[in-house]
Design a protein around this ligand. Structure first.
Ligand SMILES: Cc1cc2nc3c(=O)[nH]c(=O)nc-3n(C[C@H](O)[C@H](O)[C@H](O)COP(=O)(O)OP(=O)(O)OC[C@H]3O[C@@H](n4cnc5c(N)ncnc54)[C@H](O)[C@@H]3O)c2cc1C
Length: 430
């Protein structure tokens, strides 16, 4: 049986980040990927954050297959036939050091994995890890779906993504809870460059992102997105699986409805759908994070629930956790010890970084969203009606218009409920 220093399960951003850094440090690394190539099974909106990728490959943006540098980000609260938005556009984001980029994972992941291979990592695709091999409590390798496919390693890095079946099979985590995961669907819609630049007010390689909440989600805890690529748009929407189940709605129905909304329809008009993708997103936040290390193993990225859904950040937490895992394993190798206590520095690194600090800050948010359906089914309509009345110049005083908006909110939601939502919302975000 072959033995490596480290086996990485999965060639997404978290696994490849770990593999790249471990191989660069001279460790013998095997990456096992179930897809026919890295990225074949991966889905992201997808906004990639420069800083965290730069921490792994400095200056990567000069050679990586990136789509557009994002200069404009907005949030649309969508009503039945209207939208009220807030956003931020900044010229500083149009030049180095960039803030973030749109990417297509089918191009980005193979590029990133190839960099790890150049450092010496061995990448084997079309191979599914089915379970972990253990001696007592110590993880000592993996079992794969290949004949005789057992491989040994001092440490296994579990980077299998949101649908963490290996972790589940090995008893490292509970089966996934429908209330902790969104199911998202996405289309890549081809559109000529000039149309994208005209419609989103962009020049050259500049990009824009729009997140959408409200009417399009049919009252569910959900969020849509429209991101600009070079000559396509990434258009998608996700909702909590528990909400989809309760409502008996399929995610593609949400996406079809979103594409028909007047404010979305005119952005995608004339486009041609090239790809259709679906994927899970862990959205349970801090309290849904499983134990992230043990004897001979570390869990990184989505497999560890490391997603900040409020800020649509996942790939950056994935890469940073992959980097921390690699640094921890390099130290463990120097000490020749791979027990849980030898690997515990990984959790400490996560705790003292933005990864767990941000998740902890929003720890109360998932529960708040779940028990506040008004945010998704009543507030968007109320906000858009109020914005309509205030924008409409019809001789009625502004004072009367503000008072009417407040009366409508009290009538629909109730005064004490409004106060409670305000207080709980403040607590959930602070
Ligand atoms: C619709 C959508 C939009 C998103 N938008 C954004 C965004 O705009 N910005 C952002 O930062 N994040 C976004 N995310 C989240 C982001 O995609 C994830 O956080 C990130 O991909 C996590 O990386 P990962 O390496 O942990 O997991 P993944 O990227 O899921 O990679 C896991 C890899 O493991 C492989 N694998 C799984 N099981 C096995 C097995 N048993 N054996 C072998 N290989 C296996 C898979 O094939 C895959 O290649 C989005 C997610 C979705 C679904």
């Amino acid at each position: 049986m072959q033995k490596f220093d480290v086996i990485v399960i999965g060639a997404g951003p978290s696994g490849t980040a770990a593999a790249y850094l471990l191989a660069r440090s001279g460790l013998r690394v095997l990456v096992l990927e179930r897809g026919e190539k890295p990225g074949a099974k991966n889905v992201m909106g997808g906004v990639l954050y420069r800083r965290m990728m730069d921490d792994i490959i400095p200056g990567f943006d000069r050679e990586a297959p990136l789509e557009r540098a994002i200069i404009s980000q907005s949030l649309w609260v969508v009503g039945a036939d209207a939208v009220t938005s807030i956003g931020h556009q900044n010229e500083r984001f149009a030049r180095p050091p960039y803030n973030n980029f749109t990417v297509l994972r089918a191009k980005f992941d193979p590029w990133f994995a190839q960099r790890a291979v150049e450092q010496g990592a061995v990448l084997v695709c079309e191979t599914v890890v089915t379970d972990l091999l253990k001696e007592g409590n110590q993880v000592v390798g993996v079992r794969t779906d290949r004949p005789g496919g057992e491989v040994l390693a001092d440490v296994v890095i579990i980077a299998e993504g949101a649908n963490a079946l290996v972790s589940e099979a090995a008893g490292l985590r509970q089966p996934i809870r429908a209330a902790d995961y969104s199911l998202a669907v996405k289309e890549i819609i081809a559109l000529p460059r000039e149309k994208i630049e005209d419609r989103f007010h962009l020049e050259g390689n500049e990009g824009a992102t729009i997140e959408l909440v409200g009417e399009i989600g049919r009252g569910m805890v959900s969020m849509g997105f429209i991101y600009t690529n070079r000559d396509s748009l990434s258009v998608g929407i996700g909702a909590l699986i528990s909400d989809l189940r309760r409502a008996g709605v399929h995610p593609y129905e949400l996406l079809d409805r979103m594409k028909e909304h007047p404010v979305v329809r005119r952005l995608i008009a004339g486009g041609e759908t090239k790809e259709y993708l679906a994927h899970l997103i862990p959205e349970g936040g801090y309290d849904a994070v499983p134990h992230l290390y043990g004897d001979g193993y570390l869990v990184v990225g989505d497999a560890g629930g490391l997603v900040n859904a409020v800020h649509r950040e996942g790939s950056n937490l994935a890469m940073t956790s992959g980097r921390f895992a690699a640094e921890t394993v390099v130290r463990a190798k120097q000490a020749g010890a791979y027990s849980a206590s030898a690997l515990s520095g990984y959790a400490e690194k996560l705790r003292s970084s933005f990864v767990l600090q941000d998740l902890k800050q929003y720890r109360r948010l998932p529960a708040f969203l779940a028990r506040t359906p008004e945010l998704f089914n009543q507030f968007p309509g109320l906000l858009n009606d109020a914005a309509y009345q205030i924008a409409l110049v019809d001789g009625v005083s502004k004072r009367e218009k503000f008072a009417a908006a407040l009366r409508a909110a009290r009538r629909q939601v109730g005064t004490s409920r409004l106060v409670r939502i305000g207080y709980e919302g403040w607590r959930a975000l602070r």
